[in-house]
Design a binder for this molecule. Sequence first.
Ligand code: GLC
Length: 421
Amino acid sequence: MALLHIVLYGCQGSAPSPSEHPDLVTITFTHGKVSGDPRPLEDLIAEFEAAHPTIRVRDEPLPPSTDQQHQLYAINLEGGSDNIDVLAMDVIWVPEFSRAGWIRPLDFEFTPAMQADFIPNALDAVTQDGLVWAVPWNVDAGLLYYRKDLLKKYSRPPPRTWDELIETAKIIMKGERDQRLHGFVWQGRQYEGLICDAMEFIWGNGGHVLKPDTGWADLTNVATVGAVSFMRDLIHHHKVSPEVVTTSDEEATRHIFGTGRAIFMRNWPYAWVLLERDGSSVQGKVGIVSLPTFGSNPHVSTLGGWHLGIAKNSHHPEEAWTFIEFLTSHHAQQVMALRAGIQASRTAVYQDPELNAAQPFLADIQPMLFSARPRPVTPFYPMVSQILQSEFSAVLANVRDPHVAMRSAERQINHALGKQQ
Ligand code: GLC
């Protein structure tokens, strides 16, 4: 934890002296480190500063993991820290941060006319208790990446169902006779990414975590237990997923797939630009489709993404807002999508001809991004997530029976939710 403190408090000395620049205001921008190339964001910040000579941005990249960032914000914001102005929040944090009084409502700044340009599911995630608390910066949805060349070689279409994925993976793994070639890699480490993946299996199988009509945990239903059992079976029974998925996050799986060692990968859209860049061993060999589902059920992706808000104790809310307006503008979102593969929260960016030429799959994935489903929406989400992370993880490690694990998670979550009433 001490290390995390240094991340935020380490560069206090770099603020310009007010006597040198009487009108200069420095705002601090905290956000997760960009996976891959940091330059697109750095260039945008430089462009903003050039256009606004009286505002300087102190860029504070935090560890990439959402769980670590959350811990850091909880400590600093709960402690009343006033050295954060603009913060990038994971889509799952807004209910908690707004209730805790860590961020300001933005209803005066982010007007309904402005909101109309954003993807509705992303807007829903920044609205809480009738107020809007942040501006959607980008959106994520789980996608299936596949090796076009290998599927073609074995005359297999991209899978529509999980059964088809298993079948195709087995055929290709057998045919290639390469011990290092895995079938399907995904995010199974004990962290937030595991919840994102698990929800896709659970929803795809018709299950849920919180019962929609009551809001209480309901995990022992057949669909949910079946989905979690299926995740375990991918590794331990079908053996199309290697055991290393139980310790893998997004970047670890991208590395395996990007070095040609997997046929299929579940990941967010950002990976494409990195897989297709010069020098990549899979350049030109990658396809993207919706995640498979169970039987004829609809395909479901988890909604991810990041929102920009203003910390309650910021001394510079006006400058903070000017910066948020810039970073969420059409221009800035187009730059991030094109150069970093981080997809826009503004609907119009998806029509951009340059972007569509560079990322031909965009038209196909747009419906998935626009219809991605939010993880359980509750101010107590971090607690729900922690309980699920540990139970899902025990199932994937094959040390706990799925039904027993889901019963335990259900009890723990309902006990904790009961205490909050
Ligand atoms: C991505 C998503 C975010 C999610 C995280 C999990 O950053 O945008 O919503 O929580 O991955 O690892």
